[in-house]
Design a protein around this ligand. Structure first.
Ligand SMILES: [Zn+2]
Length: 125
């Protein structure tokens, strides 16, 4: 395979969480906050294959629910604070955790997609 000959294999976790190109590990994967660049500016990898779909949102929702709900329940059980304390602490925490995890998880899923050569299933003719 040409990619493996020219570029050493990159860890999808390192490149994905850092938002770097899954082939060379140097170019940037994103142009905006979560917009995928058309191609890598270093190695020229066409990033049109990168379609994580709803995958990152699903993981962000599940992780956020686990972290924030767990923290809210622990706080309620241990301290029994008034309701406004939950609103002040955990509503912003939902936003921070969601926004903070979306880009790294999208990068990870795109890097894993590249590494595992994942694509749409096709009927054999
Ligand atoms: Zn690259």
């Amino acid at each position: 395979m040409v990619d493996d000959d020219l570029y050493p294999p990159q860890s999808p976790y390192h490149t994905g969480f850092a938002g770097l190109c899954p082939r060379c590990g140097q170019g940037h994967l994103f142009t905006g906050f979560i917009n995928i660049a058309p191609k890598c500016e270093v190695c020229g990898l066409d990033l049109a294959f990168a379609d994580a779909g709803d995958g990152p949102a699903v993981f962000v929702t599940l992780f956020t629910g686990f972290i924030v709900l767990g923290a809210a329940m622990w706080t309620e059980i241990v301290y029994e604070p008034p309701m406004w304390v939950h609103l002040v602490i955990f509503l912003p925490m939902v936003l921070i955790v969601c926004v903070g995890m979306l880009r790294p998880l999208k990068g990870l899923l795109v890097a894993l997609q590249y590494r595992n050569k994942a694509e749409q299933g096709r009927l054999q003719s």
